[in-house]
Design a binder for this molecule. Structure first.
Ligand code: SAH
Length: 346
């Protein structure tokens, strides 16, 4: 039998075409899209305004992405971390963070990751597969239903490299910002990349209003290559040129992530080089002490040194903030829950 397809991944146009092929009028597609992306049902039988025979037909060909909450951890500050099991049995992680401006979900975009950053738990076992657009949507829908509050912001900063799953991530952005769905505005979405230069150029052409965040983590090739293998393919200079092109094309300011590793990228000299690299771009730097993961040689810069680094950057004309570590007692670094799960099975 043919495998069922994920209906959550279809755009409104694709859904209309599918239903037309089934001999159904256009308004059905619109209704079904709303059931999936606005009312967040997980079974076709919950679509109470649809004819029984259509529901049966849909059930034969499609499924609605509805991951199981395999584990759920809640911190005192309200941060909730989920280990979600997808339809094929693979697990990913999703996190909800409560900020004064609204609830933010951090979504995974792949099962695993092939970028190989040395400090990151998500990449240690490589990439298993890409997530489909609808599966990424379902992370948000699952979280929203679980906490019983609207999700207003999204960061693509969970497991995976979003620009290594480009087409599905673009479809996801289209679905999640649809007025017929949960309607999360592009300005409330941040996409984080380890720096795939050709894909940054491609993204620029989409001219989306989202915030691009670049995981820089080091101000020169020697240090960056030691932390991130992707730097061998796309070193700092071409990366910064791509960021400038991105800003010029989209008119949107880029922000930089800088995870601080004791004795590696947290020296005064690094702060000076970093300032030199990005001064005048209007860009913002987010500083965060590295979250140490098993099997990685890195330890975190202490809070006092993070402050000192920030002060240095500020005095050199670069805007930098220290990110709060929400849910620190549960929020083992991204990818750690999944890894525990995989090790448990092994
Ligand atoms: N692949 C994308 C998005 C996922 S990672 C990217 O590289 O940007 C989200 C952010 O967390 C990135 O900035 C990443 O470098 C950082 N990160 C990963 N593991 C970390 C750890 N153990 N401590 C601190 N930051 C980490």
């Amino acid at each position: 039998m043919e495998q069922k397809r994920c209906i959550t991944s279809l755009t409104a146009e694709q859904l209309t075409a599918e239903l037309k092929a089934m001999g159904q009028p256009g308004f059905r597609a619109k209704q079904i899209f709303r059931w999936v992306h606005q009312k967040l049902v997980t079974e076709f039988s919950q679509m109470t305004d649809q004819p029984k025979n259509l529901i049966a037909q849909l059930e034969q060909s499609f499924y609605i992405a509805a991951p199981q909450i395999e584990r759920r951890q809640e911190a005192k500050d309200g941060t909730v971390k989920y280990l979600l099991r997808m339809a094929d049995g693979n697990c990913i992680e999703t996190v909800v963070m409560r900020y004064h401006y609204g609830n933010t979900v951090c979504v995974s975009t792949q099962v695993g990751c092939r970028m190989g950053c040395r400090f990151c738990a998500s990449t240690q076992a490589g990439r298993v597969r890409d997530l489909e657009a609808g599966e990424i949507c379902s992370e948000i829908y699952t979280a929203q239903k679980d906490i019983g509050e609207r999700i207003s912001h999204i960061v693509l900063m969970g497991i995976g490299e979003p620009l290594d799953n480009y087409d599905q991530v673009m479809t996801f952005l289209h679905l999640i910002s649809s007025p017929e769905g949960v309607n999360i505005g592009m300005r409330n979405i941040s996409l984080s990349t380890c720096g795939l230069v050709p894909m940054i150029d491609r993204l620029a052409q989409e001219k989306l209003q989202l915030t691009l965040s670049v995981s820089l983590h080091a101000p020169n090739n020697e240090i960056r290559s030691s932390m991130m293998p992707v730097n061998n393919a796309y070193p700092v200079e071409p990366l910064m040129e791509a960021v400038r092109r991105y800003q010029d094309t989209t008119g949107r300011r880029v922000s930089f992530e800088y995870s601080m590793v004791r004795g590696v990228n947290d020296t005064d000299a690094c702060a000076r080089q970093l300032a030199h690299l990005i001064r005048g771009m209007g860009a913002h730097v987010n500083l965060i002490p590295i979250n140490p993961v098993d099997g990685s040689p890195y330890s975190a810069t202490d809070a006092e040194n993070v402050r000192r680094f920030q002060t240095k950057l500020t005095s050199l004309g670069v805007n930098a903030t220290v990110r709060r570590r929400l849910g620190s007692e549960i929020s083992a670094a991204c990818g750690q829950l999944r890894r525990e799960e995989m090790q448990g099975k092994a």
